[in-house]
Write a protein that binds this ligand. Structure first.
Ligand code: ATP
Length: 454
């Protein structure tokens, strides 16, 4: 696979996303709202599949995991206890000349609003001392505004899991070691959002808290580091662009015994995709103390009551979707023309099968519609296209990562067989209509990431 190496590569991805309906600027007709995006028809399918792939592996296929969907607005004491009210801050500086605001620890990634080719302060302005800026969005609950009505939009989904630990324990029959998984929106008033959907103020997280007997900390930490790394590579992410960055001791929160960031090499440099943290018993203990509710687990075998320790893999859904797009992107020359193709894993690709009648006559569209509806009933996402020459239709579907095309031609009308064209190799198979669904299901299961050229 070959990818353009320069920073214009991000522009290529952004423009593909807009042109083909993956991601649009939010409130675009009103001029947008700073670094906020909406997902279009293909983007919403892509994100849904990322979440499905995560949920299937984390919850559906396991007997030691259950799910949760907690509220975005919780009792504000949640965030006082978790430390977010006092400490969920980034250092912020202001430019006295252009009035731009920047994250003091990310000045090298930011640009001056007055002179976008320059770094903050290079417009000739002096930067202020850094101040702590809390990233939580505040809101008011109820009809009366005032100190008593202040609440926060959650900056992470994890705290909702800790608040429900006892409820889940008592209702689900799970006992440590077990996990609670959740996918949902989080909100952070980022000082400098950017790099498209990599850093936005509203985003989705896929988080899991794994509750364990304290003595099993090291073994489960190692287990989740391996498991989360292989989730990305199993779904086709290039392992040479992934790294596991273990935090140095002085980077760790005071209560943590270890933390690893899963990082990907983006066109703009290495960035965090997911954090895997040992949180010990910090959260359960703090919420227990603050609420007066005993959140310890009673082990009926040892007759011991204890706060389970926690390993937390916390991933970003939008970042993961972006990573799949970037990683899958490929350009190559085919018959003197540029072919753009997304080599997405068939379970991640927004459309699985393109259904294409060779011509718009001789009963082919009718037959194609009938085959399409068989594929849909087998839960395969399809896209029907009868416009333009067949080669152009293949290219359009390659560009959005559709792994298979089914072509209905003159022979189909005679012997009920179709052509299956494979996105990655462009090779074709002739398949009997009656065997089409199992053929495609097998091809989805057996998919391998194409080998890099050169
Ligand atoms: P960063 O250092 O990039 O700000 P973080 O360490 O604060 O991230 P966590 O609090 O560990 O992030 O959140 C877990 C995951 O949620 C991140 O790895 C990332 O994938 C995602 N995430 C966090 N903040 C954002 C954001 N502003 N926009 C999109 N995704 C985000």
């Amino acid at each position: 696979m070959t990818q353009p190496k320069d920073t214009r590569f991000m522009d290529t991805i952004v423009s593909l996303c807009k042109r083909r309906g993956f991601v649009f600027q939010a409130s675009e007709i009103y001029g947008g709202i700073g670094n906020t995006y909406d997902y279009g028809p293909l983007g919403v399918e892509l994100k849904r599949r990322v979440k499905e792939a995560w949920w299937t592996r984390m919850v559906t296929l396991r007997d030691d995991m259950v799910g949760l969907d907690s509220a975005i607005i919780q009792n504000p004491k949640t965030w006082e206890t978790s430390g977010h009210v006092a400490g969920f801050t980034d250092p912020m500086v202001d430019c006295k000349k252009c009035k731009g605001r920047f994250r003091a620890d990310k000045l090298a990634d930011a640009s001056c609003p007055e002179r976008p080719s320059k770094r903050p302060g290079e417009c000739g302005g002096e930067l202020t001392e850094a101040r702590a800026f809390n990233l939580m969005f505040k809101t008011n609950v109820g009809a009366v505004e005032g100190a008593g009505s202040i609440a926060y939009l959650r900056p992470e989904t994890a705290q909702g899991i800790f608040l429900n630990f006892k409820n889940v324990l008592e209702s689900s029959r799970q006992t440590p070691p077990f996990g609670i998984a959740q996918i949902g929106k989080s909100f952070r008033n980022e000082i400098t959002p950017g790099n498209f959907v990599f850093r936005t103020r509203e985003f989705e997280q896929a988080e899991m808290e794994f509750f364990i007997p304290p003595a099993q900390n090291d073994q489960w930490y190692e287990y989740w580091r391996k498991e989360r790394h292989s989730w990305y590579t199993d779904f086709g992410i290039d392992p040479t662009k992934l790294r596991m960055r273990e935090h140095a001791k002085d980077e760790l929160a005071h209560y943590s015994t270890g933390c690893t960031d899963v990082e990907y090499e983006y066109p703009f440099g290495w960035g965090e995709l997911e954090g895997i943290a040992c949180r010990t018993d910090f959260d359960l203990k703090r919420h227990s103390e603050a609420s007066g509710k005993d959140l310890r687990y009673f082990d009926p075998e040892t007759k011991e009551k204890y706060f389970p320790w926690v390993i937390e893999p916390a991933a970003g859904v939008d970042r993961t979707a972006l990573t799949f797009l970037i990683d899958a992107y490929d350009e190559e020359e085919v018959e003197g023309e540029k072919r753009v193709v997304l080599h997405l894993h068939p379970e991640i690709a927004p459309v699985t099968v393109g259904v294409l009648p060779l011509v718009k006559k001789e009963g082919m569209p009718e037959k194609a519609h009938a085959i399409e509806s068989e594929l849909r009933r087998a839960r395969l996402t399809t896209f029907y296209d009868e416009s333009a020459a067949i080669g152009r239709r293949y290219r359009r579907l390659d560009e959005v990562g559709t792994p298979f095309c089914v072509t209905i031609d003159g022979d189909t009308m005679k012997d009920d067989s179709v052509t299956v064209r494979h996105r990655d190799t462009m090779l074709q198979d002739r398949v009997k209509r009656a065997e089409l669904v199992p053929f495609l299901q097998e091809a989805i299961r057996g998919w391998k990431r194409p080998v890099k050229k050169g």
